[in-house]
Design a protein around this ligand. Structure first.
Ligand code: HEM
Length: 519
């Protein structure tokens, strides 16, 4: 580990002294404290990190793209906990299971606030509990959300919607095998719109889907590490009209309008359907019926978050799956052998088969590990000064659990760039008690993604049914695609060539039945 000299000697804050006293468990705190002070032990250094420049700090070190590579380099150079400072704002990267566990989980009370993101604020996400400060309001919104998306009873009630979206996906591929990205988008939107608003989506041109996409493009940009601090848009806002300032302001207004549409349009569809007595059971309608208990704005805003948060991440996980299959035909063969022996070939796998299809579950886990859709997660904010392993972590720091780094730690995942579901299979059974990627791919502690179980259900059924009937191969007219991914807080595979084919006569028959039911 390389220790970096900080440019200015740091003064000891009173909070640090209090922390030292708190952390002494022995009875004789005062003499110990006196001794420590006299030898200067309590001058805890900041964690190591790249050397900052005067005033701007590490501004120029912050990655504008390919953040994972830069963060990996820093982990090698500086270790588990890395410190940066941009214009005086503290940033702490946690690069291991140990440090995220010790701080984001065990000291959750102090590490669950959210920093302010300039672009997110500008666009108008104040209502979104994913960006709200830690506190009662956040807690109440999150509780409403998890009562629906993270409870065993409701998760089961979503099974039918998962089946519908998986069937549409298989049929769409059959009709247009080259359009997989579009089909994955439709699948991802269809499932979340169905369970949240009872709305059916059949096309990637659906305005609600387009709207969710536009909103999430901005969120992904705003949350990418290069944008955490710097806000070019708010700087540009002050540019005079004749220098292009008007165009920027118009763009910002468009983003704001998109976000308001996401919040209101599908919600109003449900209200209209309810008024005409034709609303389907769904998150919004169910809660509106109990609106004496829960307030309407709260229902509207939690529903909109589900759509925004679920749509892009689930779509990306689907693309990662397809890329992993193109690059690893052996994984498809193993999965298909498992499906054939457990389910046979005259029906599609279903949730009832889950326990007996451990390799499929292992593929879901490996998709989330190999390329987590949100590799840098969403940073937390440290509320009060803290001391960790002798290092001083200042209040207000932006704290990022480095999801990608943790999921590529060779000690936990040997040969981490290899896509290998067998990491989670022991004696023919699923065993990820020590290395379950879902513990990290969805973030940390009290802020961890409340859509995790929903996502795992949805991915499981899609993957099981896809591999039951299709094989995906590299395109005949070129080399194997590269495992390359875009930059941004949500990172997806760069477009790659592939061919998708029904894998057998029995598979064609199953697909024909699905198509008939769809017509
Ligand atoms: C592959 C799919 C998904 C991935 C990889 C993912 C990942 C994440 C991550 C990394 C966070 C930040 C956690 C933290 O702050 O430490 C998060 C937050 C969140 N996710 Fe997900 N997510 C996925 C799907 C979903 C789905 C399907 C939903 C809704 C049904 C959802 C709803 C949310 C919400 C509401 C938050 C904010 C939580 C809070 O601030 O309290 N996500 N997600």
């Amino acid at each position: 580990m390389v220790e970096v000299d900080r440019p200015h000697p740091r003064k000891i804050r009173p909070a640090e002294l209090i922390l030292v006293v708190k952390q002494c468990t022995c009875g004789s705190v005062l003499p110990l404290l006196f001794t420590m002070l006299s030898v200067g032990v309590v001058r805890h250094p900041l964690p190591p990190g790249p050397k900052p420049l005067p005033l701007i700090g590490n501004l120029l070190d912050m990655p504008r793209s390919k953040s994972q590579q830069t963060f990996s380099k820093w982990t090698d150079l500086y270790g588990d906990v890395v410190y940066l400072n941009v214009f005086g704002r503290h940033i702490i990267l946690l690069n291991s299971v140990k440090s995220t566990n010790d701080l984001l989980e065990k000291r959750g009370q102090n590490y669950s606030d959210r920093p302010q993101f300039p672009l997110i604020n500008l666009v108008g996400h104040g209502w979104n509990f994913g960006f709200k400060p830690y506190g009662k309001e956040w807690q109440s919104l999150r509780r409403t959300f998890t009562s629906q998306y993270n409870s065993n009873v409701t998760l089961r009630s979503f099974y039918e919607a998962h089946r519908d979206s998986a069937s549409t996906f298989l049929v769409n591929i059959f009709r247009e095998p080259e359009g997989i990205s579009n089909h994955l988008r439709i699948r991802s939107a269809q499932i979340i719109l169905e369970v949240t608003y009872g709305i059916s989506v059949k096309s990637s041109d659906d305005p609600v889907l387009r709207n969710a996409e536009a909103v999430m493009d901005v969120v992904s940009t705003a949350l990418s590490p290069g944008m955490w601090i710097i806000n070019p848009i708010s700087i540009l806002r002050f540019i005079p009209q004749w220098l292009g300032g008007g165009l920027v302001a118009a763009q910002v207004r468009r983003w704001q309008a998109d976000l308001e549409d996401l919040r209101h349009v599908p919600f109003n569809v449900v209200k209209n359907s309810m008024a005409h007595g034709i609303a389907k059971p769904c998150f919004t309608a169910n809660l509106l019926q109990e609106s004496a208990v829960v307030d309407e704005t709260l229902i509207r805003d939690t529903a909109a978050i589900a759509l925004g948060a679920a749509y892009e991440t689930s779509f990306v996980a689907g693309e990662v799956f397809i890329l992993a299959m193109v690059l690893n035909e052996w994984v498809q063969h193993s999965a298909q052998t498992e499906i054939d022996s457990v389910v046979g070939s005259d029906r599609l796998p279903d949730f009832i088969d889950r326990e007996r299809l451990p390799f499929i579950t292992a593929i879901v886990k490996e998709v989330l590990r190999w390329h987590p859709p949100a590799p840098t997660g969403i940073p937390h904010r440290l509320t009060q000064d803290d001391i960790y392993e002798g290092m001083f972590l200042p209040a207000g720091s932006m704290v990022m659990g480095n999801i990608w780094q943790i999921l590529h730690d060779p000690l936990m995942y040997p040969d981490p760039s290899k896509f290998d579901p067998n990491r989670y299979i022991v004696d023919g059974k699923l065993d990820c008690s020590n290395n379950d990627p879902s513990r990290y791919a969805f973030g940390f502690g009290r802020r961890a993604c409340p859509g995790r179980l929903f996502t795992e259900d949805s991915l499981w059924l899609m993957i099981a049914q896809f591999l039951a009937v299709y094989s995906v191969l590299p395109s005949a007219d070129g080399p194997l695609p590269e495992a390359a991914f875009t930059s941004g807080a949500i990172s997806r595979p760069v477009p790659f060539k592939h061919v998708i084919l029904p894998r057998s006569t029995a598979a064609r028959k199953l697909l024909a039945e699905l198509i008939q039911a769809d017509d």
